[in-house]
Design a protein around this ligand. Structure first.
Ligand code: CP
Length: 291
């Protein structure tokens, strides 16, 4: 996506944030449309913020629950999606554990597809809400330093944010346990790898990531040691710039990548990110329906 398209989505997100905060009447641009949340992996934030966003815009929403679906009776994923196509949905918001599954099916069906998280590869709507949160804080996306801390290798959020931030000339620092860092040959040449304390000292944004145990068994987690060695705790908070912010896409593990009491610290924007997810997903739905 071009930087100008990203900025235009952020502008529409801001528009919707103002409308909702001022309790203005929202034009029901999705009136008569059916949006289906088709999540083949667990989710709380993405699924429900897309649901809230779609309902705010007037859509009817279907929530597919893979655990209680006919997948358990042997139906294939493809036949499940063909079924939703036959039902006549307008938009399918899809999360899948495979890196490329969603890309491959974008032209297969009559409904518009939104990527709600693809394996370890991409999470574009999370990146948009992260950019919105950063822009809201600093008034720009240019020339900032963002430290992404934790399980970088398996993080789709990290990849989408690296791709987005380099378009705006912001620096990305990667830090975390060595076995969860990309091998040097795979580090995007826009990024620098640093020790966690060094990264935190220079960052405008400290973006924490959970260890994604469901995707690998590379890092044996000792909770106390993880927080001491790589997590955000009081000692590292003291290293942060006073105007730097703490972000985390969630779900977060209190006491591991972030000390529990820092989740609600005045420099934390973690719950602001959840709020912003609704505005940005309204903008995404508006864009996809007008395409
Ligand atoms: N950030 C994120 O994708 O959270 P969920 O897995 O709860 O959707």
């Amino acid at each position: 996506m071009e930087p100008s398209q990203i900025l235009s989505l952020l502008e529409r997100s801001l528009f919707y944030s103002k409308q909702l905060k001022n309790k203005q009447k929202i034009t029901k641009i999705l009136d008569g449309k059916i949006v289906a949340n088709l999540f083949f992996e667990h989710s709380t934030r993405t699924r429900f913020s897309f649901e809230v966003a779609a309902k705010r815009l007037g859509a009817g929403v279907l929530n597919f629950d893979s655990d209680s679906s006919s997948l358990a009776k042997g139906e294939t994923l493809e036949d499940t999606l063909k079924t939703f196509d036959a039902l006549g949905i307008d938009v399918g918001i899809i999360r899948h554990s495979d890196d490329s599954y969603i890309e491959d099916l974008k032209t297969k069906y009559n409904f518009s597809v939104i990527n709600a998280g693809a394996g370890s590869f991409e999470h574009p709507s999370q990146s948009l809400l992260d950019l919105f949160t950063i822009q809201e804080e600093f008034g720009t996306l240019e020339n900032l330093t963002v430290a992404i801390c934790g399980d970088v290798t398996h993080s789709r959020v990290a990849k989408s944010n690296i791709n987005a931030l380099k378009k705006f000339n912001s620096k990305v620092i990667l830090t975390g346990p060595e076995e969860l860092m990309p091998v040097p040959a795979k580090v995007d040449n826009h990024c620098e790898v640093m020790k966690v304390d060094d990264a935190i000292k220079v960052a405008d944004v400290v973006m924490l990531l959970r260890v994604q145990h469901e995707r690998h068994d590379l890092h044996e987690l000792n909770i106390d040691n993880y927080n001491r060695d790589y997590g955000l705790n009081d000692d590292r908070l003291n290293l942060m710039k006073k105007n730097a912010i703490i972000m985390h896409p969630g779900p977060f593990n209190r006491g591991v990548e972030i000390s529990s009491h820092l989740v609600e610290h005045k420099q934390s924007r973690i719950f602001k990110q959840k709020e912003n997810g609704v505005y940005t997903r309204m903008a995404i739905l508006e864009w996809i329906i007008n395409e």
